[in-house]
Design a protein around this ligand. Structure first.
Ligand code: SPQ
Length: 430
């Protein structure tokens, strides 16, 4: 297994970085471009491993996709012109690719098989395959289509009126993709609003979708009109440096091009609640996805409570928020986050165990974590467990640990942030 020793004698982080493209929006740009007939162009694409898997799936379906760094040109025959893939659609480590492709393929005209790595093979899929089957989808897979590999025979779908049992943008998006192809009007009801990039991109591609008080209404059969998509930076990637700059003494970091979609900015609310010293400057733009510059300076922090409808707005940031809480005065309680148990790893257990090895005072609960701070962290051997967000949390922890951190399995960080260590070193002045 790959490993690296992170020996960061305490020194301030200073400088400016441009945050890499948003992973959720990059996936969706390729998906909409692959479904729309004609040429879609994309700038600011994230060339992380997960999004590259999505590109490969669409190439197998017959879209021509060329990539020059973060620019894409997608020429697609459109969903009705797809070819039957000659191989399985391999989704690697990507839950977003797997779940959203299920919704897209269910209403296509092709037969296909989806499979990913061993982490994907453990992640629950019935949350998507059940509602799609209710819409008439022909989907089969292991344990009643709970786990990959899953085979999908695309065909006509009926509309659905669906109340979301968990706040999940992946489930919502898969159903919306099915609903696009359904014969009639579908309604999806969310108790807590999850990220809404799919709804926004539907509108960008010329569709009409109504969203009101957590109720989404979509008429099936609408055409997609190819457009240009400019992907903003990923606040979930920025979060590692927002946290690092807030807690490493004498730091000042400027993060440019941060996506500021309100369904994703829970981390900013947490910085505010913890008493962090930061400023957000929203760019002037007509784009449907807000973006801007965030500047963070270190200061003393205090513990906070995180739960309820804040959770879907920061679900992927919880590992680094837990680390931040180890450096804050008082107790931080994170609740209502049981979804963390079914991510790339069980992130409640992983965060508690890995930060515990550094001497953090952290207790896992059924649906969250309780952290008492501040604690001086020590060096230790940490394991990413193949989870990019756990790997980056460990690397940021090394910045405040008083000894070297040996990180096992850092390679997975390229799943969402291939330039992570380049950016970390530049902020450390190396
Ligand atoms: O794609 P994947 O592996 O599921 O990625 C993660 C991540 O940490 O990058 C979750 F593990 O992000 C999800 C996120 O947690 C991406 C996502 C999306 O693009 O729609 C939505 C969230 O998942 P969910 O299950 O709440 O819908």
């Amino acid at each position: 297994m790959d490993k690296m020793t992170l020996n960061y004698p305490q020194a301030p982080l200073r400088g400016t970085i441009s945050v890499p493209g948003d992973k959720s929006i990059s996936h969706r740009a390729v998906m909409f471009g692959g479904m729309a007939k004609g040429r879609t162009t994309v700038s600011g694409f994230l060339p992380g491993e997960d999004c590259l898997r999505t590109i490969e799936c669409f190439r197998l379906l017959g879209a021509e996709i060329s990539r020059d760094g973060t620019d894409l040109v997608i020429d697609s025959p459109g969903i009705d012109g797809w070819q039957e893939p000659a191989d399985i659609l391999y989704t690697g480590n990507s839950g977003t690719t797997t779940r959203l492709m299920l919704g897209i393929l269910a209403g296509s005209r092709v037969h296909s098989v989806l499979a990913g790595d061993e982490s994907i093979a453990r992640r629950p899929m019935k949350r998507v395959t059940d509602p799609l089957r209710r819409m008439g989808a022909d989907i089969r897979g292991r344990d009643g289509a709970q786990y990959t590999p899953i085979s999908i025979l695309g065909g006509p779908l009926s509309p659905i009126d669906y109340e979301m049992p968990v706040a999940s943008a992946q489930v919502k998006s898969a159903i919306l993709f099915g609903a696009m192809r359904a014969d009639g009007t579908s309604v999806i009801r969310e108790k807590e609003v999850s990220r809404d990039h799919t709804e926004r991109m539907m509108r960008n591609f010329g569709m009409q979708v109504r969203t009101e008080d957590g109720v989404i209404t979509l008429q099936g059969g609408q055409e997609l009109v190819p457009v240009h998509v400019d992907v903003p930076g990923d606040i979930s990637s920025a979060a590692f440096f927002l946290a690092a700059s807030a807690m490493v003494p004498d730091s000042e970091v400027v993060l440019k091009n941060v996506g500021l979609n309100p369904t994703r900015t829970g981390m900013i609310d947490v910085l505010e609640a913890m008493g962090a010293d930061f400023a957000v400057d929203v760019s002037d733009s007509e784009d449907s996805e807000l973006r801007g510059t965030v500047t963070v300076r270190s200061t003393s922090l205090k513990g906070t409570e995180i739960g309820g409808d804040l959770i879907p707005r920061l679900i992927d940031e919880i590992p680094v928020i837990a680390l931040l809480a180890t450096q804050a005065e008082g107790t931080t309680v994170i609740r209502d986050a049981a979804e963390l148990r079914v991510k790339e790893t069980d992130r409640i257990a992983a965060v508690a165990e890995e930060l515990g090895k550094l001497g953090a005072d952290i207790t896992p609960t059924d649906d969250g974590l309780i952290i008492n701070g501040p604690t001086k962290l020590t060096g230790a051997v940490l394991d990413s467990r193949g989870d990019h967000r756990i790997g980056m949390m460990a690397a940021v922890a090394a910045l405040v640990a008083d000894g070297p951190v040996e990180l096992q399995g850092p390679g997975c960080i390229a799943i969402s942030y291939p330039e992570f260590f380049v950016h970390l070193d530049s902020l450390r002045g190396e």
